[in-house]
Design a binder for this molecule. Structure first.
Ligand code: SAH
Length: 352
């Protein structure tokens, strides 16, 4: 049986699925889910993420968090956490770079939050030699200062989609026709939680909600507000969004979200406003990734590394620097938001 057949059977039995149910099955189904069955990263995979493009990304993220830790008086016990660490590359690069910050790596309780057992095994391999623990949810993070990074994590969380119809909303669903998956719309219904969106949308506009993101941001914000720390949230998205951003990517190409369930990565853009509201601590301005990395000194780091390289590695290195920072590549599409304690200062590279 394929995931497609499994979903069609479910729809026949139970009726159309909400988009969040469909996404959860596609990504994390215990037998057929995308992250359960694939290692999606890199040139041979379906997409490439910033830490897989260049070691500079994880190095600068690590040093940014370590600088925050120093400016908070270098607490002797703290959690260094990552949400959705993929292959563990970002954390490995961060820890290597932070060996130059006395006390930081030794004091860190390193905690990874990863849903896929397959990727957990990969992270264990990448991070050999470090004392790492895995937690199921941010609620399991210890009550102590928290320094956290989430790169392309929130985009993987399941969303719901609603189309405005008068003062009511119709929910987008996944149905089936003769065994083929098709989008449909549920009946119009009042949605009290969406009332604020009646002021800034028009008939026919689509909006997305991500219920799974709220408790995650809420817990991270609570730890930071109570014990200190900083979080860096990096993803595609914006502050306050309208429109359909559900997308599927397979072998580096965009495909329909319905044609290859379980074999394509499925994501949606991240609404940083709802994350900031849920976190209820201080947040930085949402800053373009390219600007953030330049402020952290990526050009100087790139030049230092370039001195040790020869072609063709040098060409690849120059291309990677451009890919991470240039506005026409990842530099503008990806955004960074910092979370920090009220009354404190944002992590380096970000404005209050
Ligand atoms: N941060 C990595 C990987 C990004 S892909 C990088 O930049 O390369 C998304 C990651 O989040 C994967 O590791 C995926 O398995 C994980 N993930 C997706 N949904 C999750 C969930 N609900 N809980 C925990 N991890 C999840």
């Amino acid at each position: 049986m394929s995931l497609q057949q499994h979903i069609v059977a479910r729809i026949r039995a139970e009726g159309p699925l909400r988009i969040d149910d469909y996404m959860t099955s596609c990504l994390l189904h215990p037998r057929f889910g995308y992250y359960t069955t694939h290692d999606p990263f890199g040139a041979d995979g379906d997409f490439i993420t910033a830490p897989e493009i260049s070691q500079m990304f994880g190095e600068l993220i690590g040093l940014c968090l370590a600088q925050s830790w120093l400016s908070h008086g270098a607490p002797s016990q703290f959690t260094l956490a990552e949400l959705g660490p993929g292959r563990g590359t970002l954390m490995a690069d961060a820890l290597r770079a932070c060996r130059g910050v006395p006390g930081f790596v030794d004091a860190a309780n390193i905690t990874l939050i990863e849903a896929s057992p397959r990727l957990q095994a990969r992270q264990r391999q990448t991070l050999q030699g470090y004392d790492i623990r895995w937690a199921d949810t941010p609620d399991d993070l210890p009550e102590q200062p928290l320094y956290l990074v989430a790169n392309e994590f929130f985009d993987a969380l399941p969303i719901r989609q609603f189309i405005r119809d008068g003062d009511k909303w119709r929910e987008r669903q996944v149905g089936q026709e003769d065994g083929t998956l098709v989008f449909g719309l549920g009946p119009d219904q009042p949605q009290p939680a969406l009332k604020p969106r009646l002021t800034d949308t028009r008939q026919g506009d689509m909006i997305e909600t991500c219920a799974a993101a709220t408790p995650v941001a809420d817990t991270i914000g609570a730890r930071i507000e109570q014990h200190g720390g900083a979080a860096l949230i990096i993803d595609y998205g914006d502050w306050h969004m309208t429109g359909d951003t559900l997308q599927a990517v397979r072998a580096h190409e965009k495909v329909s979200p319905l044609t290859t369930p379980g074999d394509a990565d499925l994501t949606a853009h991240v609404d940083f406003e709802t994350l900031a509201q849920a976190a209820a601590c201080a947040h930085s301005q949402v800053t373009a990734q390219g600007v953030f990395l330049e402020r952290l000194g990526i050009t100087q780091r790139a030049q230092a590394l370039a001195r040790t390289m020869e072609k063709p590695a040098l060409d690849a290195h120059v291309a990677a620097h451009r890919r991470l920072t240039h506005p026409s590549e990842m530099g503008n599409l990806f955004k960074v938001m910092g979370l920090y304690q009220t009354g404190s200062t944002p992590p380096p590279g970000l404005d209050p």
